[in-house]
Design a protein. Structure first.
Length: 193
């Protein structure tokens, strides 16, 4: 990925919809010297997202856009991102599908984390489907975002073993713990660090 604005770190926006535990891990990562990114904006489509609290705690700008009118929300969003010189976007539990037009404006600069070993189990309810299919392994994937859902180029994956008595919630917890390590590693890889 190539930098353009001349800031010392890549000005990054994180998009969330819920708890924001990946956001928290990315904020912590952004503060270490080796990190190529600084987190400048938190975007949420959900005004009740718990993760929005990290904006206050870490003094990061935030905005909620409800996406009811996706076109309007994305137009505003593009303007805000431009005004704040945002160069990269990390989706972290963001449950809206961005339009082709939006993705093209940030081509190759949007990353996502997904709780499965892509290309298996794209979309929602991954843990439920994985368990129903009696898979022996699952995991998480960081990938570039393209206009097809959960289908962009894979950057890094982490595999976890599924235990005999695994439940959706134990699997989700186990994978989430790995996500927190995988996302920073994937960002380092994107910048060849
Ligand atoms: C994470 O498990 C993330 O992989 C998943 O939502 C969770 C968000 O947790 N994302 C998706 O399912 C995207 N399709 P967090 O809000 O605690 O980071």
């Amino acid at each position: 990925m190539v930098l353009s604005t001349g800031y010392s770190k890549i000005r990054t926006a994180v998009f969330i919809s819920g708890t924001g535990s990946n956001l928290k891990s990315l904020i912590k990562f952004s503060k270490i010297k080796k990190s190529p990114i600084s987190i400048e904006f938190i975007i949420s489509n959900n005004s009740k997202a718990k993760g929005l609290n990290y904006a206050k705690i870490y003094k990061i700008k935030k905005i909620v856009l409800n996406f009811k009118n996706q076109n309007l929300s994305e137009t505003r969003l593009l303007y805000i991102l431009k005004m704040n010189n945002i160069e990269m976007i990390c989706l972290a539990g963001f449950m809206k599908i961005l339009s082709k037009n939006f993705i093209n404006k940030f081509k190759g600069k949007i990353l996502n984390i997904h709780p499965s070993l892509l290309p298996k189990y794209k979309g929602l309810n991954t843990h439920e489907r994985v368990l129903n299919n009696r898979e022996k392994f699952s995991g998480c994937t960081v990938h570039f975002v393209n206009s097809r859902l959960d289908s962009g180029k894979i950057i890094l994956q982490k595999k976890v073993r599924i235990l005999k008595n695994e439940t959706e919630s134990s699997l989700a917890k186990k994978i989430l713990a790995q996500e927190h390590k995988l996302y920073p590693k994937a960002i380092l890889k994107v910048f060849n660090l």
